[in-house]
Structure formats: C-alpha cells, structure tokens
Design a protein around this ligand. Structure first.
Ligand SMILES: NC(=O)c1ccc[n+]([C@@H]2O[C@H](COP(=O)([O-])OP(=O)(O)OC[C@H]3O[C@@H](n4cnc5c(N)ncnc54)[C@H](OP(=O)(O)O)[C@@H]3O)[C@@H](O)[C@H]2O)c1
Length: 244
C-alpha cells in the first residue's frame, strides 16, 4: 500500500460527491471519481485535476454487479489499494411517493441504488479496505431516514415519501448490521458511519437546498478522516449525532 491515502467516492461527477472528492483531494489524497456516465466522469476528473487533485476516473454504476467488480479491479490496478470508501451515489426516485399511491417500481429502483448499491460496492471494496491500515466507510444518508425524527412531532422529516426516506432508514439499518458483523469478524480497523449533508442545493432537489455542495460535503470529509479511535456505527451531521 502506498503512503498516499486512496479514496473512492461514488456519484462523484456532480453535487455533494464532487465536492467530497475535491475536499479529500485537497488533503493530498488520491481520489477515484466513481461515475456511470463517461462524459460527466471525464469532465469531473479534468476539473479536479485542474484544481490540483490527484484524481482518476472509475467507471461505476452501483446497480450493476459487473461494473462494480470492474471498478474494484481498476482501483487495484491504478492505485494499488483503497483506504476510504464514500458511498455517496443515490437517487430520490420520481415523485410523488405517497405510500397510498406509490408505484412499487419506484421503491424498487430507489432501494436498488441507495441500499443494494451501497452493499454491492462495499462488499466489492472490502478486500481492498481490509489491507489498509486505517480503513473508513462513509455512507451518505439523510436525516429524513431517521425514524426518530420521522416519528417525532416537529422533527425535520421532509416530504411524505415511501421510497427515498425509507431507503435512507434501510441504509442506516444496514450500516448498523455491518458494524455488528465486522466486529464479530474482528475487522476492528474498519470504521463505518452514516452522514447527513443537510439540505443542499443539488440536482437531487432541483437546487432548492439551502446549503452549498461544499458545505454538504463537510460531514463526509470529516467521517473519512476520523482517527483510529474515532466513532463507529454512528450517524452524524455537522451539528453532531443524528438520532437513528
Ligand atoms: N442534496 C441534499 O439536500 C441531500 C440531503 C440529504 C442527503 N443527501 C444525500 O447526499 C448524497 C449526494 O446527493 P446530491 O444532493 O449530491 O445528489 P445529486 O447531485 O443528484 O448527485 C447524485 C450522484 O449520484 C450518482 N448516481 C445516481 N445513481 C447512480 C448509479 N446507479 N451509479 C452511480 N452513480 C449514481 C449521480 O450520477 P449521474 O450524474 O450519472 O446521475 C450523481 O453523481 C446522496 O446520497 C443523497 O441522498 C443529499
């Protein structure tokens, strides 16, 4: 493993993912820009390189087994290993998503990307992460995935949603299960946490968010850089712990 820390950010061609890649690159890290569209990926890599980031493109569709497996091979070839995985890629699915009327196909698509996609990428990258001295996994979640907030009158719950918000609840639940299993397996070096970027102006919400993508990226950069005795299996935003 080289001295340089190596990260993969999924969905890094735009929005918060791009700014996570830029922020980790500014630390001197080598950053894999995971993106499914070649043109958008190349444009992002060029822009990052122009800003001085040691970036490389990683063709990656998180819903596709072959793509994810090829991404792990490419990272091994190009970087020789992986220290940090930021599972950032996600979709909201088309709206409305009211539970009484939702098209189940929307739920399937959202879960395929936001939950199964994370599991697929994580499991493909685990052999590489296990060889790192200080492996970290950051799962980009959302406070709308907090069941506590969703069931607390006055909580920050977002719109009624049968796909996107529950997909983030599911992702948080999966994060907890990874923590349990990795502990049982003795994989104690791997720290895995969920982060919420806050309501950020990106394509995801038609740029209605009130935070900049750079601000949204801050929690992922923080969780990617925690020390070996840092938190494990917790859920944070910039203000601190988010209830599950
Ligand atoms: N924005 C917010 O207010 C907010 C709030 C809470 C949580 N979050 C979370 O923060 C993360 C980043 O969101 P964002 O606001 O930056 O969204 P965004 O601008 O829509 O970016 C999403 C990224 O995910 C990629 N992606 C989607 N499906 C993919 C797939 N199958 N394979 C690979 N990449 C895929 C997109 O690529 P394409 O360009 O190819 O579509 C894009 O790069 C997400 O996990 C989101 O749920 C955002």
């Amino acid at each position: 493993m080289s001295e340089q820390t190596i990260a993969l950010v999924t969905g890094a061609n735009k929005g918060i993912g791009y700014e996570i890649a830029a922020g980790l690159g500014a630390l001197g890290w080598k950053v894999g820009v995971g993106a499914r569209d070649q043109q958008r990926r190349d444009t992002a890599v060029e822009k990052l390189r122009a800003a001085g980031v040691d970036a490389f493109g990683v063709p990656l569709d998180v819903t596709d087994d072959a793509s994810v497996s090829a991404a792990a091979d490419l990272i091994t070839e190009q970087a020789g290993g992986l220290d940090v995985l930021v599972n950032n890629a996600a979709i909201t699915g088309s709206m409305p998503q009211t539970p009484t009327t939702v098209d189940p196909a929307i739920i399937r698509d959202v879960v395929e990307t936001n939950v199964i996609g994370v599991i697929r990428v994580t499991n493909a990258m685990l052999p590489l992460l296990r060889r790192s001295a200080s492996p970290r996994i950051v799962n980009m979640s959302s406070s709308v995935g907090s069941l506590t907030l969703q069931t607390t009158p006055g909580g920050e719950t977002g719109p009624i949603s049968a796909a996107y918000a529950p997909s983030k609840t599911f992702l948080n639940a999966i994060t907890a299960q990874y923590v349990k299993e990795l502990k049982e397996l003795g994989d104690t070096k791997i720290l895995i946490n969920s982060g919420c970027p806050g309501f950020t102006a990106t394509d995801l919400n038609g740029f209605r968010g009130i935070r900049t993508p750079q601000q949204g990226a801050a929690i992922a950069i923080h969780l990617a850089t925690i020390p070996d005795d840092g938190p494990n299996g917790e859920f944070f935003d910039d203000a601190g712990i988010v209830p599950w």
